[in-house]
Design a protein around this ligand. Structure first.
Ligand SMILES: [Zn+2]
Length: 598
């Protein structure tokens, strides 16, 4: 007989005792005095069995007790701050598994066009911004909508009427298109003699192809995908100080009020001012959330050299608060730019491309994608890929399978984000390959994009089978939800949870009046439960960044990254989830945001 089983049983009994009744396990000893006790609420722990309790005690920034209101009193001492939850819901802090938090700087130093109703409104805003920012050499901006300028996009000649002397470059709200004035095109050397770059489109005025001196057609003013870099590469970057100002604004005005304590910033550049800014905030103790970043790798890059650069960058960021462990790939573009890569042709292929078989193009050739992902994987870096079309998703899965096979790696947790169209057979492949799905539940509805871009470009039934969610969960896939801020505004996880449950959002603000026949519900079969949505915005986000041992659920020993929501989301009507609000956000047990007397 061996001693080992006895020891194991003893350990198991001890572990159970600690887990279930820590107070009892410490019988005979006074429980430690907590710094903070939260009681009288619905404590929704998001532990593996979704345990619900009444009270939590926190000491040294960590959770030390979860249980009843009565039992928690043993942890209260004269110095303990006691918060009465009055029936509110206590949750782990939210995760946003794909949000460009570092780009908040652009909200401070560029013109914001989000939600404006017309091209004229954009032009007025740009003229006004330019007039009040005489010191800026470039006028940049973001947030114009492709829905207001379908086809070749908005025109340089229009933008010239607002600002002609200084260059102007305006990102579309999805960041896949850039609207430029003539001065910006001139500085970039983009003319009718410039061919489209690989992976990009220079939109042209109709009927100008082959005109004298303009073999490729006169540029209209809108650039798509990689063509945008011909202009953006000329614009001076924001300074480290400006980035820090933006990041602190994100913390104060977005993360705190929306209860976000973890964010994955998916599009950073190695050695950039943005990375430096995150690091300075992290190492000086100014971050009140955990940030994980991905460094971008494109098809034109030397992958071997880049991997060395990424490893050197990763080694510089060693705090809990900021690390760059991942590499961002783009498999394709977006449906609204006709750059999403589809298995079947676009519904308007003939009209758009003059080719009835047009189905978009991958940004990487499959062999190159396989090789690059294998290199990144072998170096121990995580892969985070953008894939919108069903063909892009399949080819990304192919490349991840290839990388796992040649490297014999396990447990890497790559992520694929956006996943607008997914072939039925691919859900099981996500699960088998351990790929985390990173959807934006905020987009699970029939909105302007659906009506004016997706329906005409994709046709039925494809447009009605966008943005799966339940299929992933049913297949056993890890799903970490995200906003893609600033693409989504506001990036309020409660809105995302509600939309995931309803596949519709009451009170949606339309830029156009909705067609009378539209009920707004997108693919109701893909509705999931509020419990599943909460997990996708908490523990699964932590899992996606290897943080589930530290945060993402309320469990003893984990960081007290906690939020209070003013309604019990598991019992309120689904259409009340989005109008609920975060009233208290704690990071490592310290108050980051509070309202309504909390
Ligand atoms: Zn993004």
């Amino acid at each position: 007989m061996s001693r080992r089983p006895v020891l194991l049983i003893l350990l198991a009994v001890l572990a159970c005792a600690l887990l279930v009744t820590p107070a009892a396990a410490l019988a005979g000893k006074r429980p430690p005095t907590a710094d903070l006790v939260l009681k009288g609420g619905v404590v929704y722990t998001v532990d593996p069995v979704n345990t619900v309790a009444q009270a939590v005690a926190v000491k040294g920034g960590k959770v030390i007790f979860i249980g009843t209101d009565q039992a928690v009193t043993a942890y209260q001492g004269p110095g303990t701050r006691v918060v009465n939850l009055n029936g509110s819901m206590l949750l782990p802090g939210f995760s946003d598994a794909h949000a460009h938090a570092g780009m908040t700087v652009s909200q401070l130093y560029s013109v914001q066009l989000y939600g404006m109703p017309s091209i004229d409104a954009y032009l007025a805003a740009v003229a006004d911004f330019a007039a009040t920012h005489a010191d800026l050499a470039w006028i940049r901006g973001e947030g114009w909508s492709n829905t207001l300028a379908p086809g070749i996009g908005p025109l340089a000649s229009d933008l010239d009427t607002a600002v002609a002397v200084r260059p102007v470059a305006l990102n579309s709200e999805d960041y896949h298109s850039l609207w430029c004035n003539s001065k910006a095109l001139l500085l970039a050397g983009i003319t009718g003699q410039t061919p489209d770059p690989t992976g990009g489109v220079i939109e042209r005025l109709s009927d100008t192809v082959g005109m004298p001196g303009s073999p490729y057609g006169v540029p209209s003013g809108t650039l798509r995908e990689s063509a945008t870099q011909m202009v953006t590469s000329l614009i001076p970057d924001y300074t480290v100080a400006q980035y820090k100002e933006g990041m602190l604004a994100y913390q104060q005005w977005i993360a705190g009020p929306y209860g976000i304590t973890m964010v994955f910033d998916p599009m950073l550049k190695a050695g950039s001012n943005a990375v430096e800014a995150w690091e300075e905030l992290a190492s000086t103790g100014l971050l009140t959330l955990r940030v994980r970043g991905a460094l971008a790798l494109g098809p034109g890059d030397d992958a071997t050299a880049k991997v060395q650069t990424f490893l050197a960058e990763k080694a510089k960021h060693t705090t809990q608060y900021f690390q760059t462990n991942a590499v961002k790939f783009f498999a394709d573009g977006v449906i609204e730019g006709h750059t999403g890569y589809l298995k079947e042709p676009y519904a308007d292929a003939l009209e758009y491309a003059g080719d009835p078989g047009y189905r978009g193009e991958p940004l990487w050739q499959p062999k190159a994608l396989n090789a690059a992902m294998a290199k990144v994987d072998k170096a121990g870096l995580q892969i985070h890929a953008h894939a919108i079309g069903d063909a892009a998703t399949s080819e990304t899965l192919d490349a991840l399978a290839y990388a796992q096979k040649v490297n014999r790696t396990r447990g890497r947790r790559p992520g694929i984000t956006h996943i607008q169209l997914v072939s039925t057979e691919d859900f099981a492949r996500f699960a088998k390959l351990g790929v985390v799905a990173v959807p934006q539940p905020y987009w699970f509805l029939k909105d302007d994009y659906y009506t004016y871009l997706q329906l005409p470009y994709l046709g039925l039934p494809r447009a009605d089978e966008e943005y799966p969610m339940k299929s992933f969960l049913d297949a056993g896939v890890h799903v970490a939800s995200a906003s893609d801020f600033p693409v989504t505004w506001p990036p309020d996880p409660l809105d995302g949870i509600q939309t995931g449950v309803m596949r519709w959002f009451p009170g949606w603000v339309w830029e156009y009046p909705p067609p009378p026949s539209l009920d707004g519900v997108l693919w109701p079969e893909e509705r999931v439960t509020v419990e599943q949505m909460i997990r996708s915005f908490t523990i699964e986000g932590a899992y996606a960044s290897f943080l589930e041992g530290q945060t993402g659920s309320i469990q003893i020993g984990k960081s007290a990254d906690l939020i209070v929501v003013n309604r019990d989301l598991t019992t309120c009507a689904p259409d009340k989830i989005g109008t609920s609000k975060v009233v208290l956000t704690l990071f490592e047990g310290k108050t980051v945001f509070s309202t309504d007397g909390f």
